[in-house]
Design a protein. Structure first.
Length: 354
C-alpha cells in the first residue's frame, strides 16, 4: 500500500498562532509592566524548545583540562582567578537553564542586532557554548567561534561551530576587519576593562559589522512597592557587587553599555530593557514560567555565585556564606514580593566608512 503524503498546512496552526500571541504578550509585559497573578497557578507548556538533534561532526580541540577546586566547587585553571564563578556540572546546567529562560523572554530571538547572512560570528565568554551552537544552527553558512577560559563545551557540535580556550581580556589574535557579528552575554560579572574589549571588538569587526551585549542588572526592582528594606535577595545582590569590585569588576557597568558602545565609535546603537520576574508571581503563564526559571537560576546559583566573591573578595568564611544564604533562599520563596531584574540588550554597528 502506498503512503499518502500529508498536505502542507497553508496557514499557521492554532498552536503556532497561540505561541505567537503569547510571545507578543511576554515581550510587551517584559518591556512595560508585568501583571501579577496567582503564584501557584497553571504554567503554559508553550516554552521555547532547544534543538537536541543538531548534526554532529566536529569535536573541539583543547588541551586545557586542568581545574582548580575550592569550597567544594570546581573552577577554571587557565588564567586562574580571572573569573570568580565555578565551571562544574551544576553551574553548566544552570547556565543552560539561563539560556532557555532568556530566549523565552526574548520571544525566541538569539540576538537583536539586524545581521543579514552573517559569515563570521564570535561569541565572547561562550560558557557551555549553547548560544553559539544555536546560532550556528540558525545560520548554517556562518562560521561561529566561541571563546572561553574553560573548555566546558560539548565535544560534538555542528560543523560550523568551533571553540577555543582564550582570555578575551588579553590581546585578540583574530584578524582585524573580518567578523560580522560579535556577541557577549552574561559577561558583566567577568570583564574588568570594557573599553579595551569593545575597542578590540570594533577593530575585529568588518566595517558594517555588529556587536551585541546582553546582561542582567544585579538589582531587584518592583513596580508596586512590594520590595521591603530587608529583602534578602537585594542584600545578596549588593554583596555580590561588593565582592566583585575587589577584583576590579563593576557589575553595575551594565547600565553604561549603551554609552560605552557610542564612546567606542559604534553607531546605530540601540538598547532594549526587559523585565525578568523572580518567582511565579506574574499572571501571564509564560511570564510565570520565566519567573520560575529565574528563581531556580538564582536559587541553584546562590552557592556558586557567592562563594568566590564572598570568600575570596569579602573574606567571609564558607560557613558564614552558607548561613547568610538561608535567608536569601527564604526570600526567593516569598511570592508576595513582585521583584524583577532588568535584562539589558545593547547593540551597535561599526560605521561603514571606518
Ligand atoms: C556567566 S557565563 C556566560 C556564558 C555564556 N555567555 C552564556 O550566556 O550562556 C560567563 C562565561 O564567561 C567566561 N569568561 C569569564 N571571563 C572570561 C575571559 N576573560 N575570557 C574568556 N572567557 C571568560 C567564563 O568562563 C564563563 O564561562
Amino acid at each position: 500500500m502506498s503512503s499518502v503524503p500529508l498536505p502542507e498546512s497553508p496557514t499557521p496552526t492554532a498552536r503556532e498562532e497561540h505561541n505567537a500571541q503569547q510571545a507578543q504578550i511576554v515581550a510587551q509585559q517584559a518591556a512595560t509592566t508585568i501583571e501579577a497573578g496567582e503564584p501557584y497557578g497553571n504554567f503554559s507548556d508553550d516554552g521555547y524548545e532547544t534543538d537536541q538533534d543538531s548534526t554532529a561532526s566536529t569535536s573541539i580541540s583543547s588541551s586545557v583540562r586542568d581545574y582548580a577546586f575550592e569550597n567544594g566547587r570546581r573552577y577554571h585553571s587557565f588564567r586562574s582567578g580571572q573569573y570568580q564563578f565555578p565551571n562544574d556540572e551544576p553551574e553548566q546546567e544552570r547556565e543552560d537553564m539561563k539560556h532557555a529562560m532568556i530566549v523565552n523572554l526574548c520571544g525566541g530571538k538569539l540576538h537583536y542586532a539586524p545581521i543579514k547572512e552573517p559569515q563570521n560570528i564570535l561569541d565572547v565568554g561562550t560558557g557551555t557554548g549553547i548560544w553559539a551552537i544555536d546560532v550556528g544552527d540558525e545560520y548554517p553558512s556562518a562560521e561561529v567561534l566561541g571563546i572561553d577560559l574553560s573548555p566546558i563545551q560539548p565535544a560534538w557540535v555542528p560543523p560550523n561551530v568551533k571553540f577555543l580556550v582564550d582570555d578575551c581580556e588579553s590581546s585578540w589574535m583574530h584578524k582585524p576587519n573580518t567578523l560580522d557579528f560579535i556577541h557577549a552575554r552574561h559577561m558583566v560579572s567577568s570583564i574588568k576593562n570594557w573599553p579595551k574589549l569593545l575597542n578590540q571588538a570594533f577593530n575585529t569587526l568588518e566595517p558594517g559589522g555588529w556587536v551585541e551585549l546582553q546582561d542582567i542588572q544585579f538589582k531587584a526592582h518592583c513596580d508596586d512597592d512590594t520590595i521591603k528594606d530587608d529583602y534578602q535577595l537585594e542584600k545578596f545582590l549588593r554583596l555580590v557587587h561588593e565582592g566583585l569590585a575587589v577584583f576590579g569588576v563593576d557589575a553595575a557597568s551594565v547600565l553604561k553599555n549603551k554609552q560605552l558602545l557610542m564612546d567606542t565609535g559604534f553607531v546605530n546603537v540601540e538598547e532594549k530593557i526587559f523585565k525578568l520576574p523572580v518567582g511565579t508571581w506574574p499572571k501571564n503563564k509564560t511570564m510565570k514560567m520565566i519567573g520560575l526559571y529565574m528563581s531556580s537560576v538564582v536559587n541553584d546559583g546562590l552557592n556558586g555565585i557567592s562563594m568566590g566573591p564572598f570568600t575570596r573578595g569579602l573574606k567571609w568564611s564558607r560557613e558564614e556564606v552558607e548561613i547568610f544564604l538561608i535567608g536569601v533562599r527564604k526570600s526567593l520563596k516569598d511570592t508576595s514580593t513582585h521583584s524583577y531584574l532588568p535584562f539589558h540588550v545593547v547593540y551597535g554597528q561599526r560605521p561603514l566608512d571606518t
